[in-house]
Design a binder for this molecule. Structure first.
Ligand code: GDP
Ligand code: IMO
Ligand code: MG
Length: 436
């Protein structure tokens, strides 16, 4: 069976963790493709709520192999903490594999992340300070250490000898902060390497063999397409490819094996950190969305910025990524709303447009053109079938579908694993409703 990509269609936190967990129930492998501990993927099961950062959201399904792909940047300290935390809660880590090709977030990367943010001053990105940018920077500059280096003491010693002096010169001479001691750093990292060794392996053969055997693979992306390094709101983006193409690359899944790109979108917009969010609501309505959606960061606890659904950005993402169907989450947040707005175009410097400009400053000046839709003022949280959704809620979903140009196949009506409603495609669509 071919692979499915689960990707964020907006600015992250769309509910990818919940959808991945849900699809993992009938899959053999979940591979995380990109990002690092900047991600926070929440899954609610009958065992409680889990916030996953580096470990794939398949881990809560014991029959499913969970692979951290080569495109992920792994902070060894944080992944070990996550492993320990899950183990303490009775979750088996037996199915966990980490690609030997994945890069290591080194202890100096978060330090530089913080210094870079300070230096940006008013123009700061609001990163998660997890060292993501500097770690991907080292990877692309061919200076990075990979897991395969970390788990071999002598290679680690050699690579650290090559890299640390340059880092210390940078920290001390450019930023005027204390460099790092080789012996202390080596001892710390070698300890992590020893503990992680049992999980680290070549993951490409596992994936190739599984595909040849017709097994089902889910590729779990982190972040959202509007935070993509190439197509997001640069420079207010993350440092990896959050796209469907990036998913293939990061997971090691050939594009020809993919037959479904599930775009996860919220029924509204949120964003953590700086950068344009054209539909942002800095008023009581925005606060109501934040309260009802519990819109506080899973990783940093920061309040998320909130706003109406932005169909211009959503369409841009759907086209670029070949999204085959949409999971629209958090519909229940609108259960008390009288009217719901959807942004269908932007007005930028007096011009109407349905395109997302490349320049963040232009997007920041975009005035949303809204279409108002009636709310349903009824609870959807107990709905499990499309017929149980109020008519105006279905109309809202159909409107979003029309705007994005892609069918909505799944609807989220609560954080629980079971709170997903499969939706039959509108007539004439090629995509069939997927089981939750
Ligand atoms: P991710 O990063 O894309 O995995 O998303 P996060 O876990 O950061 O944020 C999504 C939040 O919404 C989490 O707290 C989820 O438990 C919650 N959630 C997901 N789907 C739904 C839904 O349909 N309704 C409600 N009320 N909450 C949801
Ligand atoms: P998940 O996978 C939401 C945002 C940060 C910041 C920008 C760059 O849970 O959807 P970084 O630390 O990556 O250099 O920060 O990207 N960001 C996220 N926002 N959800 C995420 O992950 C995010 N990961 C990074 O807030 O604006
Ligand atoms: Mg998140």
């Amino acid at each position: 069976m071919p692979a499915t990509i689960v990707m964020g269609g907006q600015w992250g936190d769309e509910g990818k963790g919940k959808l991945t967990d849900s699809l993992a129930g009938s899959a053999d492998i979940v591979v995380r493709a990109n990002g690092g501990a900047n991600a926070g993927h929440t899954v609610q099961t009958d065992q409680g709520t889990f916030a996953l950062h580096l470990i794939p959201s398949g881990i809560l399904n014991p029959s499913c192999l969970s692979i951290v792909g080569a495109g992920v940047v792994v902070d060894p300290k944080l992944i070990l903490e996550e492993i320990d935390h899950l183990a303490a809660r009775g979750i088996s880590l037996e199915p966990l594999r980490i690609s030997e090709r994945a890069h290591v977030v080194m202890p100096y990367h978060p330090v530089l992340d913080g210094l870079d943010e300070e230096q940006r001053g008013e123009g700061s990105i609001g990163t998660t300070l997890r060292g993501i940018g500097p770690a991907y920077g080292d990877k692309v500059a061919r200076r990075g250490l990979r897991l395969v280096d970390l788990v071999d003491r002598e290679t680690l010693r050699h690579r650290l000898h090559q890299e640390l002096p340059r880092w210390n010169r940078l920290l001390e001479l450019v930023y005027g902060v204390q460099g790092m001691d080789f012996d202390t750093l080596f001892a710390e990292l070698a300890g992590y390497g020893e503990r992680l060794q049992r999980f680290v392996c070549p993951t490409e053969p596992i994936i190739s063999d599984a595909l040849s055997a017709g097994r089902q693979i889910i590729v779990e992306c982190a972040q959202g397409a509007m935070l993509d390094i190439d197509y997001g709101t640069y420079p207010f983006v993350t440092s990896s490819s959050t796209s469907a193409a990036g998913a293939c690359q990061g997971a090691g899944v050939p594009p020809t094996s993919v037959d479904r790109v599930l775009g996860v979108y919220k029924a509204y917009s949120t964003r953590v950190g700086a950068g344009p969010l054209p539909t942002e609501l800095q008023d009581a309505t925005g606060q109501l969305i934040r309260d009802r959606g519990h819109e506080y960061g899973t990783t940093t606890g920061r309040p998320r910025r909130t706003g109406w659904f932005d169909a211009v950005a959503a369409r841009h993402v759907a086209r670029l990524n070949g999204i085959s169907d949409v999971a629209l989450t958090l519909l229940d947040v609108f259960d008390v709303f009288e009217t719901i707005q959807v942004c269908i175009a932007y007005e930028i410097d007096g011009e109407l447009t349905d395109r997302v400009p490349a320049r963040a400053d232009q997007l920041a000046r975009a005035l949303p053109v809204y279409e108002a839709l009636p709310g349903w003022r009824a609870s959807t949280v107990g709905a499990r079938r499309a017929e149980e959704l109020p008519r105006p809620a279905v109309d809202y979903l159909r409107f979003i579908e029309d705007q994005i140009g892609v069918p909505v196949s799944l609807v989220g009506v609560g954080p629980g694993r079971e709170q997903i409603v499969p939706l039959a495609p509108p007539r004439g669509s090629a995509v069939s409703a997927a089981p939750a």
